[in-house]
Design a protein around this ligand. Structure first.
Ligand SMILES: Cc1cc2nc3c(=O)[nH]c(=O)nc-3n(C[C@H](O)[C@H](O)[C@H](O)COP(=O)(O)OP(=O)(O)OC[C@H]3O[C@@H](n4cnc5c(N)ncnc54)[C@H](O)[C@@H]3O)c2cc1C
Length: 383
């Protein structure tokens, strides 16, 4: 066990923080208000190597590891949570391609994701009838001359219309032979492929500068080379991707909560009531103390899961679920306390905590709800 950052990790934190202070924090409120996709900011992240933090340098990645990825995600989410989720999904797509893609697929797509040539990647698992249970996926992929025809609907796809490449999960079993989770396979769908219809952009509570869209596939042809991994291996790919993705979302929650706590501390020292700064009141100090304690605990859980993934010696599903559950639930409480410390001023857009509270809420939902994380943790103990 060691608690110090390596030289590489410290460098990633430093360069990311400088970028966030300079390029992201000053525009985050406007991006949110205008619901503007952060194209320029994402290019900046790619230039820093943050679109493939844990990918090999030979494919344009930073090759800095999973703990460095978590640290970078915390910094980016501290500045703009919408930019952070777009970065999280793009890193996840790159890692899935690296792990399960053949050489041709890796070389075709990963450098475009890491360099920023593709502004983002997308992850098409959820459907109107398949959220917590991917076994409910109904999108089909039927073999045809030279490839597959995709038909069906995807829901909640982050960067769905912006992404240069999207991983799409579809059923490759037939209705007669239904194979459950073993009937799922993954396909790579490039932006602009005919037969993909982008639906109405969701009007969300938070993460307003990120894009979330439904997608419909109408006889969408993809060539044979679009198959990612083996036929029937899609469920395994999804579970492994989500294990890693959960470390990213735990880190995003920590980043948002860090920003909220910083804002609350600053405000508590400036705001005076009853003739003194409100930071002098024990009630406020206890809120700050509880938030700081939870934040530190969330960081430790998350770095532990990240380190396990980085070592690659064993599965880390339970640790990733613990990190995501604890970090997202704590971050929600921390943001709520930060708003409380602001009193009425926390409830309006003039102060950033209102945005942090809206942004953090979804970390308890996506990449597996808190209830699903509890299922993963409990099952791992009961088996
Ligand atoms: C902003 C946003 C971005 C997203 N981005 C993506 C994306 O890029 N790609 C993608 O594929 N998906 C994405 N999602 C989808 C997200 O992962 C799902 O919303 C999430 O997995 C939950 O699925 P659901 O919304 O269908 O809820 P449901 O699964 O219908 O759950 C409803 C409720 O029932 C509970 N529940 C369900 N099953 C159980 C159980 N077995 N035990 C106890 N409780 C249970 C849930 O915890 C929840 O409280 C995104 C969602 C949002 C909101």
């Amino acid at each position: 066990m060691q608690f110090e950052l390596t030289e590489t990790q410290a460098m990633v934190v430093k360069s990311t923080r400088e970028f966030v202070e300079r390029e992201l924090k000053p525009v985050a409120a406007a991006l949110d208000r205008e619901r503007r996709f952060p194209t320029e900011q994402l290019k900046g992240l790619a230039e820093l190597g943050l679109m493939g933090v844990n990918l090999p340098a030979s494919l344009g990645g930073a090759e800095a590891g999973v703990v460095a990825y978590s640290l970078a995600m915390i910094e980016v989410a501290r500045g703009c949570a919408s930019t952070a989720v777009t970065m999280a999904v793009t890193n996840m797509v790159g890692e899935v391609l690296h792990r399960f893609g053949n050489e041709e697929q890796q070389e075709r797509y990963i450098p475009k994701l890491t360099s920023g040539e593709y502004v983002a990647g997308a992850f098409g698992l959820s459907e109107p009838g398949a959220g917590s249970d991917p076994g409910g996926i109904a999108t089909s992929a039927v073999r045809t001359d030279g490839g597959f025809l995709l038909n069906g609907q995807k829901q909640w796809i982050t960067s769905g219309s912006q992404a240069g490449v999207m991983i799409v999960w579809a059923r490759t079993d037939t209705p007669e032979e239904r194979l459950g989770n073993k009937g799922l396979s993954c396909f790579l769908v490039e932006r602009g492929t005919p037969g993909v219809e982008v639906g109405k952009h969701e009007e969300k509570l938070g993460l307003c500068a990120s894009e979330t869209v439904p997608l419909t596939f109408h006889d969408c042809f993809v060539p044979e080379r679009a198959l990612l991994g083996d036929i029937g291996a899609g469920f395994k790919v999804a579970m492994m991707a989500l294990d890693g993705g959960r470390i990213g979302i735990a880190s995003q929650a920590i980043g948002i909560a860090t920003a909220a706590l910083e804002a609350a501390i600053l405000y508590s020292k400036e705001r005076k009531q009853f003739g003194q700064p409100i930071s002098e009141f024990q009630a406020i100090q206890w809120m700050i103390a509880d938030s700081k304690t939870e934040l530190e605990a969330a960081r430790l859980c998350t770095f532990r899961a990240a380190q396990l993934k980085e070592k690659g010696e064993r599965r880390f599903s339970r640790e990733a679920a613990i990190a995501k559950l604890f970090a997202s639930e704590s971050a929600w409480k921390i943001c709520d306390r930060a708003l409380q410390i602001h009193g009425g001023y926390g409830y309006v857009r003039d102060f950033p905590v209102e945005r942090h509270l809206r942004d953090v809420r979804v970390t308890r939902i996506y990449e597996g709800t808190s209830e699903v994380q509890r299922l993963v943790i409990a099952r791992s103990r009961l088996e």
